[in-house]
Design a protein around this ligand. Structure first.
Ligand code: MEV
Length: 425
């Protein structure tokens, strides 16, 4: 049977599922059941999800959780997180509580400029091109004034249009490097619409435009978050020794890209979870953040730590292009809920919350790695998952948790201990 299809997008949902199930599964009825069990019985919600993308056949659920007790710039937040990794929310909650009694997190937005580019090829004289651009620049602002009208009312718009000579990177390659302020919207559509209008003006004069698109590298849409306390307040025992190990762990991530990638992955556990929960574009954030980690030419840690005069300081600096209006943020009822939970923040405030979520995850990971090791906490969560799968009673669960307190958790070991417990009854 052929496994290719034409006109798939025109099929009804039922026909799509039928075709997938029959073409790719031996038990097609079971396959249909799996997809359909995630359909939402609320027709409004299902229609909403169906329309987000093409060819929707089901919904893919991820857990939606809350990490409470984040104190940021003196304000209390309960932070929404969407993530499948078992230890992330537990770690965020612990770290939030920990820092809430040590002055909380301080965060500040450094800048909010976004970037878009019109990439074009030009064979002639550069000085002539410069003269042409200068004569045209004002007109480019005027051409886009209808598009930027509402954004300007909100305090945003096009900040500058610059001609850049890129011929040392690629023969005949120039660009218009356009900077934007998009206030509370992520601004992708706004930026791309402006760029295409600008590019059209160039095309009218027979300039060979290759493409016009925003850049997800936003090193000037930057936020910083920080915690600090006396070293003696950081660990219950051997504070100096463990603080030193913590700082060394950050130094290692700064010195060694293999470690830096994992270090930053842990940061993104927190960042992505809140980005997703608030309906923001996590692919854009991921791409921009990792490019920023490589800005020196070597991939490095996004966090830094120091100890000076007995004071421990730990901070993060990351680019985050986010929106709190437009896009999915108001369309998806849970994104809207998340923003409500955060007190309907501006994009700037959300940048601060998300940077803090990243810093908190990194703190949790480094603290675990430089003390008990990461598996201790992970395996605790893993243990409760296995116990749940085994269908253990509350009493059996407590017994197994105590039993594995100082033992290595493996799936087999837990199953064996459980079977023995049941047999011995
Ligand atoms: C796991 O998702 C994240 C960590 O590997 C991060 C780190 O090593 O810093 C624990």
């Amino acid at each position: 049977m052929s496994k290719t299809v034409s006109g798939f997008s025109k099929f009804s949902k039922e026909e799509k599922i039928d075709w997938i199930a029959k073409s790719f599964f031996d038990d097609s009825e079971k396959a249909k059941e799996v997809l359909k069990q995630y359909w939402n019985t609320n027709k409004y919600l299902q229609d909403l999800h169906d329309d987000f993308i093409e060819n929707t056949v089901s919904n893919f659920y991820l857990p939606y959780a809350i990490a409470p007790n984040f104190k940021i710039n003196g304000k209390d937040y309960a932070v929404p997180m969407v993530i499948e990794e078992s230890s992330v929310v537990a770690a965020a909650s612990l770290v939030a509580k920990f820092w809430s009694t040590r002055g909380g997190f301080k965060a500040a937005v450094i800048s909010t400029t976004k970037i878009g580019q019109v990439h074009f090829m030009y064979q002639g004289d550069y000085e002539a091109l410069q003269r042409y651009f200068e004569s045209k620049k004002q007109h480019l602002f005027e051409t886009t004034s209808e598009i930027t009208k509402n954004m300007r009312k909100r305090g945003g718009g096009i900040l500058n249009i610059e001609l850049r000579d890129k011929t040392s990177e690629l023969e005949n390659y120039y660009q218009l490097h356009v900077t934007f302020e998009t206030v509370d919207s992520m601004g992708a559509n706004f930026i791309n619409t402006c760029l295409e209008a600008i590019a059209n003006e160039f095309k009218k004069d027979d300039i060979q435009v290759v493409m016009s698109i925003l850049s997800n590298y936003v090193p000037e849409c930057l936020v910083r978050a920080e915690v600090s306390c006396n070293v003696n307040n950081l660990y219950a025992e051997d504070a100096e020794k463990y603080t030193q190990k913590f700082v060394q762990a950050v130094q290692i991530a700064n010195a060694e890209p293999h470690r830096a990638v994992t270090h930053n992955k842990g940061i993104m556990n927190g960042v992505d979870a809140v980005v997703l929960a608030t309906g923001n574009d996590f692919r854009a954030v991921e791409a921009g953040v990792h490019a920023y980690a490589s800005k020196s030419g070597v991939y490095k840690s996004l966090t830094n730590a120091t100890v000076e005069n007995g004071v421990f300081k730990f901070w993060i600096e990351i680019p985050l292009a986010l929106g709190t209006v437009g896009g999915l943020t108001s369309l998806h009822p849970l994104s809207k809920f998340s923003l409500g939970l955060l007190g309907n923040p501006s994009a700037k405030e959300l940048m601060q919350v998300i940077a803090v979520a990243g810093l908190a995850q990194n703190f949790a990971a480094l603290r675990a790695l430089t003390t008990t090791g990461i598996q201790h906490g992970h395996m605790k969560m893993h243990l409760t998952n296995i116990i749940k799968q085994l269908g253990a009673s509350e009493e059996e669960k407590q017994f197994l948790i105590n039993y594995f307190e100082n033992k290595t958790v493996t799936h087999n070991a837990v199953v064996e201990a459980y079977n023995k417990l049941v047999q011995d009854k």
